[in-house]
Design a protein. Structure first.
Length: 116
């Protein structure tokens, strides 16, 4: 997982990646640490998506762009377009299912939630 330090940095790092996930988190918050660990484990199980991390203490311009009001939040992008937001900490299998969806439409999201 690579850190991003601004919205512009995120946009630049997303270039050339069809599928991207961004974890917006606060490393001092236990739920954020839990999400970070689960996502790291999910990435180990499958590397079909590029994952970036934004620390809320260092990055303040991403929240308003994507209307993020809580952390941790995992933002899922396909071809540069935000497709889904997953809030909170979940098991690594759940994050893996979300990151491996071919199409992040509502029906696929519902199916992934049922599988976990």
């Amino acid at each position: 997982m690579q850190n991003v330090f601004s919205y512009t940095d995120l946009i630049q790092k997303m270039e050339g990646h069809e599928r991207v996930a961004l974890l917006v988190h606060n490393p001092e918050n236990e739920f954020s640490r839990c999400a970070f660990r689960s996502i790291a484990e999910a990435m180990h199980l499958s590397q079909s998506i590029s994952v970036f991390v934004a620390d809320v203490s260092q990055v303040q311009d991403i929240h308003p762009v994507f209307k993020i009001t809580s952390e941790p939040s995992l933002l899922l992008f396909v071809k540069g377009k935000l497709e889904n937001v997953v809030e909170g900490c979940h098991e690594s299998d759940y994050f893996k299912a979300m990151m491996n969806l071919d199409s992040l439409d509502e029906k696929s999201v519902e199916n992934a939630q049922k599988e976990v």
